[in-house]
Design a protein around this ligand. Sequence first.
Ligand code: UD1
Length: 370
Amino acid sequence: MKTHKFILSGGGTGGHIYPAIAIADALKAKYPQAEFLFVGSQDRMEMQKVPQAGYKIKGLWIAGIQRKLTWSNLMFPFKLISSLFKSARIIKKFKPDVVIGTGGFASGPLLEMATRYHVPALIQEQNSFAGITNKLLSKKVQKICVAYDGMQQFFPEEKIVKTGNPVRLDLLKTEENREAGLAKFNLDPNKKTLLILGGSLGARAINRLIDRELQFILDQDLQVIWQCGQLYYEEYKVHNAKEHVQVLAFIDTMNLAYAAADVIISRAGAGSVSELALVGKPVIFIPSPNVAEDHQTKNAEAIVAKNAAVLLREGELETHFEPEFKKLIDDQNRQNELGANIKKLALPLATQRIVREVESLLKLSKQDLE
Ligand SMILES: CC(=O)N[C@H]1[C@@H](OP(=O)(O)OP(=O)(O)OC[C@H]2O[C@@H](n3ccc(=O)[nH]c3=O)[C@H](O)[C@@H]2O)O[C@H](CO)[C@@H](O)[C@@H]1O
């Protein structure tokens, strides 16, 4: 049997990296002999996270354009040309059967060159609002896997398949992993655990809130795992000196963190939302207001509309956090209800559906693509 070869490209933040890893894991489970290569941005977090997940990665010299005039912006045309050439070399050498893009700047040049060389290509868009890289690529690729309705406003309708967002499969075992989670984070089994998540890069507003409210939280007889983000770790690690508090820059074993948690405070990035639905625990969402089209607020609102989570906007944290938090912590029935309701929104088959679409591309002949 022919050995399949796949290139996966995406990155910049966890929201683009982990979907690519989830798709690769599912393809590998089905095709154990297959070969995989990741292509990311050379100075972003994928250069560590992808090898940790067991895959090879090559980095392109590419980054996004900022809104102001910076040295990095002036270099953009050179970075783009260098990345297009390097992508072409990677494709000619590795000879992939299919390329998969999960968004972020590195997937732009790689998928652009792949389509020029007539390699079948699929993109996966995590959000209800399409990113610029995926919008540009959508005209050239064969398939677009999405998680929300209405995506024809960004992409050619005939290419869209609604699959849901791919999620790493180890997250599905929250019940079995509970003890391992408590052990991993050295937690007291007689106390409830609050897990605080700021998205893959950490969230300034959530960190400021927890910094201010930590004693109030501990007074509710909780223990705390607080993922503050690499950028903020130096500022907040001082709280590690407190009993029942763990401040972490980044959590590599999210499956165990979710398993140990009883209540979760989180940003509402697309990946976080998809994972939290699978995990099925009570969540307070504090969406980032600083993302395109305010899409995190929309992500959270869709869940709150199903009575499946609590939503606190950044602007109301000062006044609403304490009463809303206490109301939830004091009400076990409400916690159970929210956990059960968010679980109903989970799409555990998303990754398998995407694998089916990748398989349909494996069947395309060269003539189909010319
Ligand atoms: C500020 C910003 O631009 N946010 C965007 C970014 O969010 P961000 O990069 O935070 O992405 P998501 O919320 O989609 O996913 C975060 C991913 O990182 C993982 N994780 C997170 C923290 C940690 O310590 N360990 C860990 O492994 C989570 O398990 C999850 O798989 O991409 C998302 C998906 O395109 C968008 O919806 C978000 O709006």
